[in-house]
Each structure stands twice: as C-alpha cells, then as structure tokens.
Ligand binder design. Structure first.
Ligand code: AGP
Length: 349
C-alpha cells in the first residue's frame, strides 16, 4: 500500500498530485469517433438530463454552464432524485448523460435502466471501462484519470470536467456555435494549467497547511458565484468527507439573504473569487468583515492562491485549493482521510 501511495501519506494527497497528468490524459484519450457520435446524440436530443451523485453531480452542474454557452439547456438532477423528478418527461428522443467515476453507483444504474425502458438514449461518462454504467450505456466516454482509491474524489472530478467541456465543444460544432479552433485552444489551456500545477502544488500544499487551523471550527461556509458556484458545493462535500467538518456550499448572493446570520466572530467563510460578479464579491467581503468573521479567499491573489486559468477551467483551478484545505484539516484532526467512517468508494446498495 505504501508503494501504491507513491510515498504520499494518503491516497487523497497522491491523487491531488495526480491531477495535472490526469487532465492531460483525459483530454488525449477522448477519441474523435466517440465524441462525434456522443455530441451528435446530444445535439439531436429532444431533452437532455445530466445525472450523477455527489461529486459527479457537481461536475454535471458545472457542465450546465458549458452547455448554456452553446444555447443548450440541460437539466442536471441527482441520480437519486431522477425517478421522482424527471422520469415522466423522459421519452424516445430524450438523452441521459450519466456520470459516475466508479460506474457502479446504484442510483445511476437504476435511473438509466428506467430511462432506457422509456426509450431514452444513455450516454455514460465513467472512469471505469468494464463498469455497469459502461455496459448499460448506448455510448460512453472514458474519464481516464487512473484508479482513484481515496473515498474523497479529487482527480476524477477535475478530469470529468475536462470530458464534459470537450463534449460541449463538440456539440457546439453541430450547431455552428463553436469551431474546431476552440478544441485546440482548450488543449493548450489544459496543458498550460497542468504545467503550472505541477510546479505550484507543493507551494499550495504549504499554504493549505498554514490556513487549516483557521478552519478548525464546528462549521463553515464556502461560497462563490457563476461557474464556480458548484465548486462551493464540491468543496463543502470534501470538508465533510476528509475533515469531518460541517460545511455548506452556498451561492454568493444568497449568503446575504439569511445564512450570514449564523456567522459571528471567528466563523470561517471561504470565498472563491468568481469570474463574473466582482461587485457582489466585494460587497459580501465587506458584509462579512463587518461581522468579524474569518475570510479565506481562493483566488489568483487570494489567501489560497489558485492557478490562473481561462473562465471555463477555473472550476478546476479553484477546486484544488479546497481539496488541499479539506485534506490538511483532516490531517490536523488525525482523521482516516482516505476511508471516512462508514463511507465506501461506490455506493452500490
Ligand atoms: C465524492 O467525494 C464522494 N465519495 C461521493 O459523493 C461520490 O462522488 C458519489 O458517491 C458518486 O460516486 P460515483 O461517481 O462513483 O458514482
């Protein structure tokens, strides 16, 4: 096991360090013929549902921002909720994009089986080639992040974002919203981000270690807006799993509509600087400071410095500081980070 961890104390940390290479592998492993087929299916759909659980659901939320850029409205629904919320609108012509790193999650498999019976086409996105999701899908796209051992998912999340971004660009080719140059630009942007990450990760790890004591409280908020809002949700999930700390991901503007009342002197609020909504961001910082709460900013020039990235890749550059903060807090608390009590890697019951 020590060898498998490559000298790292935990799989979670190793897998964070795997992210740069996993991003590149995930982009390069997507084959033209499957992308063309998958994107054609999405483009021709009567309606599109994106389903997944936990971290995979959060990746789905991010992709809804990508698809909206090509004027495609998608419905992102928890695979656990899909049978009760969406099923009646699923018919022939519907497309279900089902995301699961393990490809074995019961909620996902149950939902796609139900959708198939109603005539939907299933597009699976998974990190596990021989999984039930891969087998049950009409077409599937691989994630290619390599095996992920820690229960808190990290590199599979960032790689899933890459797959979904590429899928959205290919879908946009059919409607003329994108051209091929955007695909090659994305490749260079991913390579640049990966290169920067490889250099900066050790420094970021140290920053996280220094900041972790500030976050060692019973509860905290994580907030952002726009395409980084799902990152607040994902960060909060990582804090629960890796550091057993209650964390709530909340939309930046919504903080002011009540939730801020729980904060007080010393209450930690992690703010991920949004790409848009700078005025709102500054307003929230002022309101929080007035109350004396602790702010930890995630930004290029923040307390936790994220790597400069193009707008669509900021969910990747911003989630890594949160991964590291949650991890370091878990280490500080002496927790079994890779195997949080009572949790398993794939929820198959
Ligand atoms: C992520 O850190 C969690 N362990 C969990 O939420 C997970 O993402 C969820 O159970 C879905 O798993 P899957 O991607 O294998 O379907």
């Amino acid at each position: 096991e020590i060898a498998e961890k490559g000298g790292f104390p935990h799989f979670m940390l190793k897998e964070i360090y795997d992210i740069p290479q996993a991003l590149i592998n995930s982009f390069n492993s997507l084959m033209e013929k499957y992308l063309s087929l998958a994107s054609m299916i999405v483009y021709g759909a009567k309606n599109v549902y994106i389903i997944g659980n936990g971290t995979s659901l959060h990746a789905g939320f991010i992709s809804s921002y990508y698809f909206s850029e090509i004027s495609l409205n998608v419905n992102v629904v928890s695979a656990a909720e899909f049978p009760y919320y969406a099923l009646k609108n699923v018919t022939t012509g519907s497309v279900i994009i089902a995301i699961s790193q393990s490809g074995e999650t019961s909620d996902v498999i149950r939902s796609i089986k139900m959708a198939k019976q109603r005539g939907a086409v299933i597009l699976g996105i998974t990190n596990s080639v021989g999984s039930r999701l891969a087998l049950e899908s009409n077409v599937y796209l691989p994630i290619t992040a390599g095996p992920e051992m820690a229960v808190p998912a990290t590199k599979t999340f960032t790689s899933t974002i890459v797959v979904l971004k590429v899928l959205s660009l290919y879908t946009g080719l059919h409607s003329g919203k994108n051209d091929r140059s955007e695909i090659s630009s994305l490749k260079s942007e991913i390579e640049e981000l990966a290169k920067q990450l490889m250099v900066r990760l050790p420094e970021m790890e140290k920053e996280a270690e220094k900041l972790a004591p500030k976050l060692d409280k019973e509860s905290l908020y994580i907030s952002s807006s726009g395409i980084n809002y799902p990152i607040a949700l994902e960060g909060a999930l990582k804090f629960k799993e890796a550091s057993m700390t209650h964390a709530e991901g909340i939309q930046l503007g919504e903080l002011l509509h009540g939730p801020i009342v729980l904060t007080n002197k010393g209450y930690p609020v992690i703010l991920i600087k949004p790409v848009e909504a700078e005025d709102l961001y500054n307003k929230v910082i002022r309101s929080i400071k007035e109350r004396g709460d602790v702010i930890v900013t995630v930004a290029e020039d923040g307390d936790m410095k994220s790597i400069k990235a193009t707008r669509d890749l900021t969910p990747i550059s911003n989630v890594i500081p949160l991964h590291l903060l949650a991890y370091k807090l878990g280490v500080r608390k002496g927790l079994p980070i890779d195997t949080p009590p009572g949790l398993v890697k794939a929820v198959i019951v």
